[in-house]
Design a protein around this ligand. Sequence first.
Ligand SMILES: C[S@@+](CC[C@H](N)C(=O)[O-])C[C@H]1O[C@@H](n2cnc3c(N)ncnc32)[C@H](O)[C@@H]1O
Length: 228
Amino acid sequence: MSENIQRKIRSFVMRTSKMTPGQKRAIEDIFPQFALDEKQKFNVKDAFGNNNRVCVDIGFGNGESLVHIAQMQPDVNFVGMEVHTPGVGHLLLQIEKYGIKNIRIYQYDGTEVLKECFANNSIDAMHIYFPDPWHKKRHHKRRLIQDAFLEMLMPKLKDQARMHIATDWQQYAEHIQDVFSRFPQFINVESNNDFTDRPDWRPITKFERRGINLGHESYDLIYHLNKS
Ligand SMILES: C[S@@+](CC[C@H](N)C(=O)[O-])C[C@H]1O[C@@H](n2cnc3c(N)ncnc32)[C@H](O)[C@@H]1O
């Protein structure tokens, strides 16, 4: 186990952007129905009222992808983790608008929630879409995807769990390939640890569209965990 697993990965900055009145109302009125408590152990039956598969999305932003995917897969339980309050408010408004039943939310550092709340072998899939790339070299230690993160996460995942990551920052994409290459238990769906095509279930979000218009490419990586 690498030494820095003890050190917290500070992969986000707390931004103080203003909330719209709708987001504020959503946080006050709707959030309690969908919020999970980072001080308690996660229990799928208590959280969702069923034992369906569990997919975790860390850093869902405004929830655009999460809402889309949760609607397409109503028999999967989605646990979203995000620290940014307006993003949580935005997601709640979408949940309300579309009557979505299969999303629950931690407004907390996802790395801490995974470490403290999730039992071993409790997660079927992870989605990490456009994690902050932390461009500068001195900030690379803040990247979410790093050895210490995978070491912490691996026991929490079920055998054959799927990890799907997308980024539009080529150097981060290569860094992610590099990190996974040190964990042979994660089998890339492509040969040579290569990028894969964006699967149908991942929508192109507004954020991504903006990047594409600026000439950025997106890089998808999908791994399955082989625990045997
Ligand atoms: C660049 S945004 C991408 C948002 C979204 N996934 C998308 O595809 O549009 C990255 C998000 O991850 C969140 N984030 C970063 N580290 C996090 C962590 N440890 N726990 C929860 N959220 C985190 C940030 O607050 C930010 O909203």
